[in-house]
Design a protein around this ligand. Sequence first.
Ligand SMILES: NC(=O)c1ccc[n+]([C@@H]2O[C@H](COP(=O)([O-])OP(=O)(O)OC[C@H]3O[C@@H](n4cnc5c(N)ncnc54)[C@H](O)[C@@H]3O)[C@@H](O)[C@H]2O)c1
Length: 219
Amino acid sequence: MIITDHNAEAGAATAAELGEKAEFLEQNVTNPDRWSEIIAHVEGEYGRLDVLVNNAAVTVFGSIADVSYEDFKRCYTVDVDSIFLGCKTALPLMSKTGGSIINLSSAAAINASADLIAYNSAKAAIPMLTKSIALYCAREKNRVRVNAVLPGTIMTPNVRSVIDGTPNPAETEESFALAQPVGHMGEPDDIAHLIVYLASDESKFATGAAFAVDGGLSI
Ligand SMILES: NC(=O)c1ccc[n+]([C@@H]2O[C@H](COP(=O)([O-])OP(=O)(O)OC[C@H]3O[C@@H](n4cnc5c(N)ncnc54)[C@H](O)[C@@H]3O)[C@@H](O)[C@H]2O)c1
């Protein structure tokens, strides 16, 4: 298993936690050349690529009135272009043996917020990007499946730091929890279990789909 991140310290620590089977490679997912190097490394070391999880993203806050064009483009480059690049670079190798690509979108692809124009629209692009690539792969009969995952609000370190950065963290945490009709946030494992299913052959008939795991947020 290969873990990549542009945060070398955190990525290496995660790989170390997983033990000998995990290898960490530093990667900025917006860099096409680095994608080529990573896939060449996978081919050289392992000979095949079974699963690609496109997880990296940034959350850019701001409305149409106050988000800068620079920040808007940064959100699209990290959240959308990275998935295009990852799929494009990985497909020639993955197509040789078949595999599964899992793209992280968000419930924010469905539910708009006035102050989240960049993230809402970038995450909304991902299910369609996923469908297009899935249809291409299905027609090529290359046994590559491509699916999108749309989490609700999950208590990850990123969400914790967003909450802690607000003027009243307790109030923010409650409002984040209540956004889900079930009345609470999800846990990272709620999403991890779906990703394991999509990575496995148990999901062999699923492709081009958008799977919401969001406590009812997108109802
Ligand atoms: N946590 C949530 O509530 C939630 C909800 C819906 C969707 N998501 C999506 O799930 C995924 C994971 O979310 P998270 O909360 O764990 O976020 P996170 O910010 O904790 O993790 C994202 C990771 O991507 C890395 N990253 C960012 N930019 C990068 C770049 N240019 N190159 C390489 N790595 C880069 C970060 O270093 C970080 O390790 C994201 O796609 C996010 O949009 C999260």
